[in-house]
Ligand binder design. Structure first.
Ligand code: ATP
Ligand code: MG
Length: 491
């Protein structure tokens, strides 16, 4: 008997059969939503007006004849039950990943031999993989986590898992055995970085070892079972060139954004949830010069700056006794004492907005942040509201003046209804007129129509206006990019 297993042959007693690890039960493939066809054709029946439904077009599990399915299910249950009784989980946890998986595989093969199970080598290998995923990894999520092209994984309880592929949300046929199974996987994920999620603290943010961002919320707060949302880390680093390739913006808009990144212009990237704000911020940071001292403040580190002189700060939630919380505001204020040249705030969503504006107004040119808003004008009022949340008792006009003098440019990104992500505005704040912050658009996106596949036809155009930061761009030697972007409007 080797290291990871408890000594003794697999138990021959028959404990109640556990549910399967990753059942391919015939009922696993739900019927396609009847509204999909209508939605795809973009027709909304007038006599039956209802909200368009999410696509439910997951590939149904391949037809397996029911006898085979039953045989596999029985073998799975048998193996899983013996494995649970026979393997020493503590010893397994101490082993290296590959060695532990080999150990599970050997144990599964031994059980199959001992029980004389009728399995092909391929079936055996599949069951061994499922057992390994369950005991050592992220169970049924393992395949989704390793699949390229998935942006988000959204688990709404043990039976409902959605993913986002190519901008479209799709339902998968992945299921967990029960809520406890799902909670165990959630705990394993957050436990790996020293966080916890249980009834006492049912909400948790964490990061997977590969950099993916995770949020978990469990019952009683989530009513229908534990929910986990994973924003997968994209191995392929998105750059402005790639975004141009995806059609998110024109090459001349990308040039303007490059100039904005280089010329130490203060920028807010604004957009809805999952619209590509962090990605755009990451792209902008590529143009920061190597010599600059940059300090980033985030809730969970997502930015990947390549420059040598970067300090990364991360907020911290309160501990079980409710103390020790370090907020974004604490971080931003502290980093002002760290001699930053630029400050980058991953997501501005509270009173730290005020400190970021202060930083922008006090010589930390080229500071950046993202904000949840649907258009540039709304981004300004969001900032205003966030400052009001801090109870600093600053008159509205003064706040607006601060905003107008601190922020130079707002880049608006949006996930359009066909799933594509685009830059819809590059707008510049030009000053104040009375009590109103004035702006001018440098680039705007027009939606021209829709093709037969439901893809939106869009056209991004330069307005040809000369940005106020032109002189700054000249000082940094990037005025050519700005001129190119302006000229596009005329030529
Ligand atoms: N222009 C783009 N084209 C295609 N995919 C994109 C584009 N921009 C971002 N993505 C992808 O979309 C997903 C969401 O992007 P990102 O994390 O930048 O969004 P976000 O607005 O910061 O989201 P959140 O509001 O959750 O913080 C990521 O998987 C990213 O790789
Ligand atoms: Mg983000």
């Amino acid at each position: 008997m080797s290291f990871g297993r408890k000594s003794g042959a697999p138990s021959s007693s028959s404990p109640p059969p556990p549910p399967s690890i990753n059942p391919t039960a015939p009922q696993a493939a739900p019927a396609l939503s009847p509204s999909v066809t209508a939605h795809e054709k973009n027709e909304i029946p007038l006599d039956h007006l209802e909200a368009p439904q999410v696509e439910d077009n997951h590939t149904p599990a391949p037809e397996v004849d029911s006898m085979t399915a039953l045989r596999l299910q029985r073998a799975r249950n048998r193996i899983w039950s013996d494995l649970r009784d026979g393997i020493d989980l503590k010893a397994l946890a101490r082993m290296e990943g590959k060695a532990a998986r080999d150990e599970v595989q050997t144990a599964v093969e031994e059980i199959a031999r001992f029980r004389n199970l009728d399995l092909t080598p391929a079936e055996l290998a599949q069951i061994a993989k499922e057992c390994g995923d369950d005991m050592l990894g992220y169970g049924p999520l393992e395949n989704l986590l390793s699949e390229d092209g998935i942006a988000d994984i959204m688990i709404n309880g043990p039976d409902t898992v959605y993913v986002e592929r190519k901008g479209k949300i799709q339902k998968t046929d992945i299921k967990f055995r029960d809520n406890q199974h799902l909670v165990t996987i959630c705990q394993r994920i957050v436990g790996a970085i020293g966080r916890r999620v249980d009834e006492a603290s049912p909400i948790c943010d964490a990061r997977l070892p590969d950099g993916s961002r995770v949020n978990v919320i469990i019952p009683p707060l989530s009513v229908d079972g534990a929910c986990m949302t994973i924003r997968k880390f994209t191995k392929e680093k998105l750059t402005l060139e790639k975004l141009v390739g995806f059609g998110s913006m024109t090459p001349s808009c990308a040039k303007l954004i490059m100039a904005i990144g280089r010329a130490r212009v203060n920028v807010l990237v604004s957009g809805g949830t999952g619209s590509g704000k962090t990605t755009m911020l990451n792209c902008l940071t590529r143009y920061i010069e190597n010599g600059e001292r940059v300090i980033t403040c985030e809730d969970a580190c997502e930015l990947q700056l390549q420059q040598p002189h970067v300090v990364r700060l991360e907020t911290r939630p309160a501990n079980l006794e409710g103390v020790g919380e370090v907020t974004m505001r604490d971080l931003v204020r502290n980093c002002l004492r760290m001699r930053p040249e630029r400050i980058i705030v991953g997501e501005v969503r509270g009173p730290e907005a005020f400190d970021l504006l202060q930083a922008m107004n006090t010589g930390h040119d080229g500071s950046m942040g993202t904000v949840h808003a649907n258009n540039p004008r709304e981004a300004i009022s969001r900032m205003e509201n966030m400052i009001a949340m801090g109870n600093l008792n600053i008159p509205t006009t003064a706040v607006r003046e601060q905003i107008a003098s601190a922020i130079n440019v707002i880049i608006q990104v949006q996930r359009l209804r066909d799933g594509s992500r685009k830059v819809t505005h590059v707008s510049e704040i030009t000053g104040m007129e009375g009590e109103v912050v004035t702006m001018q658009d440098l680039f705007v996106l027009d939606i021209v129509g829709e093709d037969e596949h439901g893809k939106l036809i869009t056209k991004q155009r330069s307005t040809g206006l000369r940005p106020k930061f032109f002189d700054k761009a000249r000082a940094f030697g990037v005025e050519k990019y700005v001129l190119d972007a302006m000229e596009e409007a005329y030529g």
